[in-house]
Design a protein around this ligand. Structure first.
Ligand code: HEM
Length: 457
C-alpha cells in the first residue's frame, strides 16, 4: 500500500495516498464529513506522508513529529496560509495578525507579542478569576445541577475576554455575540470546502450577515467608547493595542484596531471554551483523576480563590489540562499552508503552490508517541515521565506562528478549572452518550454537552 508512484510531469516521486478521481470531490466529501477520523484512517493506511489531489491543488499531509517541526520552524518562510482559508477568515477578522502574511504579519506579530507575554498575562489573572467566580455565582444554588457545560464555558471565556480586552463584563450584547460566533464558525467551516464564498447579500447568507454585523457593532462600540473616554483609561488589551506604533511611528488605524480586537475576541475565547468543555468531560469520565486534582486544589488553595502565583503548585491540575489538549486539541488541524517556493522534506521535493496539511489532532493520538493513545493519562506530562518526542505534542502549533495567546489560555483554563473543582464534583449525566468531537473551526462536541455538577460543600 505504501509504494511510491512517479509524478508523470516532473518525474519526481510522489508519496502514497488515496485515488483522487473527479477532481478529488469524493475525498473532499469524506474530509468534510469527518475530517480528523478520515485523515487518521488515511495515515494508518498510507503512512506519515500522504499525497492527494484536489482540483488544481497538490495536497501533502505530514504526520511525523519531526516533519511537523521541520515544516513549521525551518519551512516557515517558504509557506503562507492556504489562500482559501485566509479568504474565509479575512471576511470576519479583516487583516489581523491571524490572517496577515510576510512583512505585514511580521510587524503585527512583533508589536503584539509583548502584550501576551507571561508577565503581562499575570496581570490579567484577577480578571479571569472574577469572570470565573461571577459565572459560578450565577448558576442555581443547588446541591445538584445539570448544566449545558459547553454554553457555560463559552460564556465564562467570553466574559474573560471582555474583561481583559475592554475592561467590561459580558452583558446582554455578549449573549448576541455568542450566537453570532456559533453561526460564523459553522458557516466558515462549510465555506472552506467551496472555491468561492457567495456574496453576503445572497438570501441564504442572512445568518452570516446578521452575525457579522452583531460582532462588528460590539467591537466598534467598545473602541468608540474608549476613544471618547476622558482622563484615566483602564490598563487592558485594548489600551495595549491603542499604544502600539507602526515602524513609521503611526498608531493603528480604526480598522486595524477593529481587526486585532476581533481576532483577540474570537481566537481568545472560542478555543479556551472548547478546551474547558473537553476538560470537564474528561473529569466526568475519569472520577479518580478528578478526585486527585480536587485534592490538590484543596491543598494548595485552602479554601481561598486561586491566584496567578498558585499556578506552579497546581501541577496535577495542569497535567489534566495538557492531557485534555492532547486528546481534544481545540485547534486539531492547523490552518493549511501553501508553499511559496519548493521545499525539500522527507526525501521529497514539494513544489511551489502545493498545500500542506498539518494535523496535531492525528499525531497526538499516535501510539508510537503516546502509548495507549485513546486513554486519558495526565501522568504522561508528570516530571520524570518518558520524554514526549518534540513535535508530537503541539496543541498551540509551533514555530514563528505559534499561538499568540498560549500563556493567556493556559492561565485562564487552569484558574477556571481550579474554581470549578473547588466548588463541584463533575459527573456525566446518567443515560447521556459520550460526546463525539466535530471540527467546526474549533473542536466541539457534536451535540450540546450537559454535565452534572454536585456541590462539594
Ligand atoms: C486552548 C486555547 C487555545 C488553543 C488550543 C490555541 C491554538 C492555536 C493554534 C494551534 C494556533 C496556530 C495555528 C496555525 O499555526 O495555523 C493559534 C494561533 C493564534 N492564536 Fe491561539 N489558541 C488558544 C487560545 C488563544 C487565545 C486565548 C488567544 C488570544 C487571547 C489566541 C490567539 C491566537 C492568535 C492571534 C493566533 C495567530 C498567531 C499568528 O498567526 O501569528 N489563542 N492558536
Amino acid at each position: 500500500m505504501t509504494t511510491q508512484i512517479l509524478n508523470s510531469r516532473t518525474g519526481s516521486k510522489l508519496p502514497p495516498g488515496p485515488p483522487c478521481h473527479l477532481f478529488g470531490f469524493p475525498e473532499l466529501f469524506k474530509l468534510g464529513r469527518d475530517y480528523l477520523g478520515h485523515l487518521q484512517g488515511l495515515q494508518q493506511r498510507y503512512g506519515d506522508v500522504i499525497y492527494m489531489r484536489f482540483g488544481k491543488y497538490r495536497d501533502y499531509s505530514f504526520f511525523h513529529p519531526e516533519q511537523l517541526r521541520e515544516l513549521l520552524l525551518s519551512g516557515h518562510d517558504r509557506m503562507i496560509r492556504w489562500e482559501r482559508a485566509t479568504e474565509v477568515f479575512a471576511a470576519v477578522h479583516g487583516h489581523s495578525v491571524l490572517v496577515a502574511e510576510g512583512k505585514a504579519w511580521n510587524e503585527k506579530r512583533r508589536m503584539l507579542q509583548p502584550g501576551f507575554s507571561p508577565k503581562r498575562v499575570a496581570g490579567f489573572a484577577a480578571a479571569m478569576v472574577e469572570a470565573g467566580s461571577a459565572a459560578l455565582a450565577s448558576w442555581p444554588d443547588q446541591a445538584q445541577l445539570d448544566l449545558d457545560f459547553e454554553q457555560a464555558m463559552t460564556r465564562v471565556t467570553m466574559d474573560v475576554i471582555m474583561r481583559t480586552l475592554f475592561s467590561s463584563a459580558a452583558n446582554a450584547e455578549a449573549r448576541l455575540a455568542e450566537e453570532a460566533v456559533r453561526v460564523l464558525s459553522i458557516e466558515g467551516m462549510k465555506e472552506m470546502y467551496w472555491p468561492k464564498s457567495a456574496p453576503l447579500w445572497a438570501p441564504w447568507k442572512t445568518g452570516k450577515r446578521r452575525s457579522m454585523r452583531a460582532l462588528d457593532a460590539l467591537i466598534r462600540q467598545h473602541i468608540a467608547a474608549r476613544k471618547a473616554l476622558q482622563g484615566e483609561t483602564p490598563d487592558d488589551l485594548l489600551a495595549m493595542l491603542m499604544q502600539l506604533r507602526h515602524e513609521d511611528g503611526q498608531p493603528l488605524s480604526d480598522t486595524e484596531l477593529r481587526d486585532e480586537c476581533m481576532t483577540t475576541f474570537l481566537a481568545g475565547h472560542e478555543t479556551s471554551a472548547a478546551a474547558l468543555t473537553w476538560w470537564g468531560w474528561c473529569m466526568a469520565a475519569k472520577p479518580e483523576t478528578a478526585r486527585l486534582a480536587s485534592a490538590e486544589v484543596d491543598r494548595v488553595l485552602q479554601g481561598r480563590t486561586p491566584r496567578f502565583e498558585d499556578l506552579p503548585q497546581l501541577e496535577y491540575l495542569s497535567q489534566t489540562i495538557k492531557e485534555t489538549l492532547r486528546l481534544y486539541p481545540a485547534a486539531p488541524a492547523l490552518m493549511s499552508r501553501q508553499t511559496t517556493e519548493a521545499i525539500e522534506i522527507a526525501g521529497l521535493t514539494i513544489p511551489a503552490g502545493a498545500l500542506i496539511r498539518l494535523t496535531p489532532g492525528v499525531t497526538q493520538r499516535d501510539a508510537r508517541w503516546f502509548p495507549e493513545p485513546e486513554a486519558f493519562k495526565p501522568e504522561r506530562f508528570a516530571p520524570g515521565a518518558p520524554e514526549i518526542p518534540r513535535g508530537a505534542y503541539m496543541p498551540f502549533g509551533a514555530g514563528p506562528r505559534v499561538c499568540l495567546g498560549s500563556h493567556f489560555a493556559q492561565t485562564e483554563i487552569t484558574l477556571i478549572a481550579a474554581l470549578l473543582l473547588q466548588r463541584y464534583e463533575i459527573q456525566a449525566v446518567p443515560g447521556e452518550a459520550a460526546p463525539q468531537p466535530v471540527l467546526n473551526i474549533t473542536l466541539r462536541p457534536a451535540k450540546p454537552l450537559r454535565l452534572r455538577l454536585l456541590c462539594r460543600a
